[in-house]
Ligand binder design. Structure first.
Ligand code: AKG
Length: 270
């Protein structure tokens, strides 16, 4: 029997209104980016890879707030050929390039984010607090691999919050939840979230968009796969904190400050 392979290289055109909305709000939901059978094909590989490569073995009550929020397994594209096909999808990279308004995007890294039953909320944060990159033209694609609802932990975004760049220097923690919450209320940003998402729907947010997600109150694992894209031509900046230094070593192959990001871990994807 012929092996089923999804056509993930077929492009998907994003209309001008959606691109404008993404750039104004800092986030957008794009439904139906993958068909149900495509997602199912990749889900099998991602779930298997997560079960092999997850190193979090502590009980929920023994973990800190970050640890309770999700199982986080990075760069699965390097260990599984089917996951690689998902992460290297030209359709996904093409959407990232259209949203960022660039010819080409590079991979920063992928990550599976599985929120377990009873898993805690993901506190408010800005992703780019962790990244030693000289551009704010970065975007994360977030795709549930099964149908999900609010009970399971759908992302919420502070609309328009990306425009100020780095506003508070907090890692993901109870403190970041509290401080960003005050900040969002103080600035009057509207907080937007989908009530439900189907497998294969996606959200996209800039690296500086403030976002969080509620805990998982359902008995089912919230299986999500994410890919972080950066505009081609971005450079490494001096790390501002230990996390950025770790990221420089882990995801940029220790590229020196000032170098154009082009290591073999950061291929052009579309
Ligand atoms: O999946 C979550 O709960 C949070 C994800 C997130 O913060 C991100 O993808 O940037």
């Amino acid at each position: 029997m012929k092996k089923y392979l999804p056509h993930t290289d077929e492009s998907m055109e994003i209309n001008a209104a959606d691109i404008k909305s993404f750039r104004n709000n800092g986030h957008i939901l794009i439904p139906g980016v993958m068909e149900r059978d495509e997602v199912e094909f990749f889900r099998n590989a991602i779930v298997k890879a997560v079960s092999i490569y997850n190193t979090e073995k502590r009980k929920m009550e023994e973990r800190d707030t970050y640890g309770k929020a999700f199982l986080q397994i990075m760069n699965l594209w390097r260990v599984d050929e089917t996951v690689k096909e998902f992460v290297f999808s030209k359709r996904l990279a093409g959407i990232a390039a259209q949203l960022l308004g660039v010819e080409k995007v590079r991979l920063y890294h992928d990550q599976a984010l599985f929120k377990e039953p009873g898993g805690g909320p993901t506190p408010w944060h800005q992703d780019q607090y962790y990244w030693p990159i000289d551009t704010s033209n970065t975007v994360t694609m977030w795709m549930p691999l099964i149908d999900i609802n609010q009970e399971m932990g759908i992302m919420a975004f502070a609309s328009g919050s990306h425009t100020k760049g780095s506003v508070l220097e907090y890692e993901i923690s109870d403190k970041s939840e509290m401080e960003f919450d005050h900040y969002i209320k103080d600035k009057g940003y509207a907080v937007r979230s989908a009530s439900a998402m189907h497998a294969g729907d996606t959200t996209w947010h800039y690296g500086f968009t403030i976002h969080n997600a509620p805990g998982n109150k359902s008995p089912v694992i919230r299986e999500v796969m994410t890919i972080i894209y950066i505009a081609d031509g971005a450079k490494v900046v001096t790390p501002k904190n230990v996390y950025q230094e770790n990221d420089r070593r882990s995801w940029l192959q220790s590229a020196p400050v000032g170098a154009v990001i082009d290591s073999s871990l950061n291929p052009i994807l579309g």
